[in-house]
Design a protein around this ligand. Structure first.
Ligand SMILES: Nc1ncnc2c1ncn2[C@@H]1O[C@H](COP(=O)(O)OP(=O)(O)O)[C@@H](O)[C@H]1O
Ligand SMILES: [Mg+2]
Length: 392
């Protein structure tokens, strides 16, 4: 297995954007925050764009309000000249800001008030993915940061994240806009048919009320978008280029489990196809092992023997006869041995998973992070994760 040198990656001034991706619940948000903190404490000026931090983690980084701007994180060691800012993505706010930037105030207000816009901006499948990328573009454009670390949305499928800009781009920029904004067709069968296909992308509530009123709203909205936004496709293309640019690196995060690793392997392939630079795999929540271990089989055999001893001691009256141990103690030790055996089995399974992955993808560099006993909800927890990412 090739060890991924995270410190080399985050210390390199050429590394400007790090994207943490992977399937849901594997530790993307935690990894992004930990990398950001470590890079900052090693001297870089970092902003972390988080999507869905758990409440306590968000609080520990000072993210108490969702105001869509980076906030400086306190209690970060800045002695090496670095700093950490963090923000939580407000999807709807980001969408609104694009409208405000691209339309005069009156028209902007028209769009913002439009019910169709409101549904689209808060529930379009892929909006969150798209807005994360949009925000990345904005942060990058300010030129304020040495390093931008990006968390990605908890999409069910990792692919949603890469597809979103294109999907939203073609939705707003493509055929649908032209069809809907052609007045002659609105209300006609063709438009309705097309509309209901588009509706599948939105909330059920909206599709229930497809009437003249809604169609007018949509038509106004789409016309307004078309003339004021323009080039959604262009923006999507720019985002793509940024993701492919030198200085951008992807980290695929996975747990050492079958599904997460299968998804990770898929993602590795997909990044290759898209010519997006993969730095490596972060294998998170690995159960570590110690040398000289008692095998699972021997532990279980010993546990069984002890349990039998406990049973016969109980049958004999339950009290120690001087030399024998008390049944309760025997059972306690048997229980510990069983736990130990279970843990060893988890470790073995994880090792098999890792070996399978690295044999399919021998070219991928891997960094491992141990499973901590509790959740990661403060800067100290993030430092522990960062430390193991850095030094292994
Ligand atoms: N190495 C780890 N050890 C222990 N808990 C972890 C570790 N990594 C993540 N967690 C916990 O797992 C949960 C999910 O992590 P999170 O980063 O939110 O995942 P994702 O963003 O991929 O959905 C959180 O409660 C987090 O504190
Ligand atoms: Mg997350």
């Amino acid at each position: 297995m090739n060890r991924l040198e995270i410190d080399e990656l985050i210390d390199d001034p050429g590394t400007r954007i790090l994207v943490c991706c992977g399937s849901g619940g594997v530790g993307k948000t935690t990894t992004a925050a930990a990398l950001g903190l470590r890079a900052a404490e090693r001297g870089r000026n970092v902003v972390v764009l988080t999507i869905d931090p758990a409440r306590r983690l968000a609080q520990s980084m000072g993210l108490t309000e969702l105001d869509n701007t980076p906030r400086r994180v306190v209690d970060v060691d800045e002695t090496k000249g670095g700093s950490l800012h963090a923000m939580m993505l407000d999807m709807k706010r980001t969408f609104d800001e694009i409208v405000e930037q691209h339309a005069d105030p009156e028209r902007a207000q028209q769009i913002l008030d439009n019910p169709f816009y409101q549904s689209l901006s808060s529930s379009f499948a892929g909006t969150q993915e798209y807005m994360a990328m949009e925000k990345l573009g904005q942060l990058h454009a300010t030129g304020e940061w040495d390093l931008i670390v990006v968390d990605t949305p908890p999409s069910r499928s990792a692919l949603d994240f890469l597809d979103a800009p294109q999907r939203l781009g073609s939705f707003l920029d493509g055929r649908l806009i032209r069809i809907l904004s052609a007045p002659a067709k609105v209300g006609g069968r063709g438009a309705l048919k097309f509309l209901s296909a588009g509706m599948g992308l939105m909330t059920g509530a909206l599709s229930k009320v497809v009437g003249t009123h809604l169609l007018t709203d949509i038509q106004t909205f789409v016309a307004a978008l078309d003339t004021t936004f323009g080039g959604f496709r262009k923006r999507a293309d720019a985002t793509y280029k940024l993701l492919q640019a030198r200085g951008t690196s992807f980290l695929v995060v996975a747990a050492p489990e079958k599904d997460a690793l299968r998804e990770a392997a898929y993602f590795v392939d997909r990044l290759g196809t898209e010519r997006m630079p993969l730095a490596g795999l972060v294998l998170n929540r690995v159960h570590a092992t110690r040398a000289g271990r008692l095998s699972a089989e021997r532990s279980l055999a010993a546990a069984e023997a002890l349990t039998e001893q406990a049973e016969s001691a109980e049958e004999a009256g339950g009290e120690p006869d001087g030399s024998a141990s008390r049944p309760a103690d025997l059972r306690l030790v048997a229980g510990l041995l069983t736990l130990h055996a279970e843990r060893l089995r988890v470790i073995d399974r994880e090792e098999r998973m890792r070996t399978r992955f690295t044999s399919i993808h021998p070219e991928v560099w891997v960094a491992e992070v141990p499973a901590l006993p509790g959740d990661v909800h403060d800067l100290d927890g993030l430092r522990v994760i960062g430390e193991s990412l850095g030094t292994g």
